[in-house]
Design a binder for this molecule. Structure first.
Ligand SMILES: C[S@@+](CC[C@H](N)C(=O)[O-])C[C@H]1O[C@@H](n2cnc3c(N)ncnc32)[C@H](O)[C@@H]1O
Length: 260
């Protein structure tokens, strides 16, 4: 059956039409004829896209810091605002041999980007989710970074005292009742929500950073657009030094650089 005869694209939004056309081109190349089951599958996908299913999950990849990463529903889709964490790390000019930890690595996009910056960095990516570790491993098979190591762990609990030069993390930071969650229903809840009104991960990681960073070592967090003051309080409570706050493109404080 001819696709255009079988499905009425005119009823779909511009974005869904674009994504469906892209999907068909990728999956079926130059076919013009489709079986009934293929048509039904495409109709189901169109319906999900209209209901907010993310395009990146449909096409199976997402871009971060100029590179493509495989993604599916086991991991958060990398966000452009997270790229600022890589720029902050770059500005530190860390020495060869530095030990960096990307806590809550998800797809591995931060850790692999760090491993690419300098072959002589030793980069660890941790995640509590075995599924996420599998996805990050798949991405590292693509980029073959021999200096990137994955560990299933509760944040940095697998590391020794005074052993890390820099901890970098984009942890889950939404409150369980945050209204944004309605639009994020296809992404893993454990990648989005944290207890204590979205602040628990910052508390735990800051406590670990105090113990596990070398003296003078750095901690870099991405946080929510309205969490800057709360995260700052957590930093001071853990006897860490605020170095600077970094804004996103909308002018909101979005990341923080801290030192032990
Ligand atoms: C916001 S996502 C960030 C994913 C990726 N780093 C990125 O920026 O796209 C947070 C990640 O933290 C992980 N996570 C949640 N709780 C954790 C814990 N206790 N220990 C380690 N990782 C955890 C989630 O599984 C998820 O992959």
């Amino acid at each position: 059956m001819k696709f255009k005869k079988a499905i009425d694209l005119s009823k779909l939004s511009f974005e869904t039409k674009r994504d469906i056309n892209f999907f068909i081109k990728e999956k079926f190349q130059d076919s013009t004829e489709f079986t009934q089951s293929q048509i039904s599958k495409i109709e189901d996908i169109a319906k999900s896209l209209e209901e907010g299913y993310p395009r990146d999950y449909l096409i199976g990849n997402s871009e971060f810091y100029g590179r493509k990463y495989f993604v599916d529903q086991r991991v958060l889709i990398p966000r452009p605002e997270t790229e600022v964490l890589i720029d902050i790390l770059k500005s530190l000019n860390l020495a060869d041999g530095s030990i960096l930890c990307d806590l809550g690595t998800g797809s591995g996009c931060i850790g692999i980007s760090l491993a690419m910056l300098n072959e002589n960095f030793i980069v660890f990516g941790t995640d509590i989710s075995e599924d996420a570790i599998r996805v990050a491993r798949k991405n590292n098979l693509t980029y073959k970074k021999k200096n990137f190591f994955l560990i299933q762990s509760n944040w940095a609990s697998c590391f020794q005292k005074d052993s890390i030069d820099c901890i970098i993390s984009n942890p889950p930071y939404l409150d369980k009742d945050d209204y944004h969650l309605a639009d994020l229903k296809y992404e893993p809840i454990s990648a989005l929500v944290s207890n204590l009104y979205g602040l628990e991960a910052f508390e735990i990681i800051s406590q670990q950073a105090k113990q596990l960073l070398k003296k003078g070592g750095y901690l870099i967090f991405e946080h929510g657009f309205d969490q800057s003051e709360d995260v700052e309080k957590i930093i001071y409570k853990n006897d860490l030094k605020l170095i600077r706050k970094i804004k996103d493109l909308s002018g909101n404080d979005r990341a923080i650089l801290v030192q032990k």
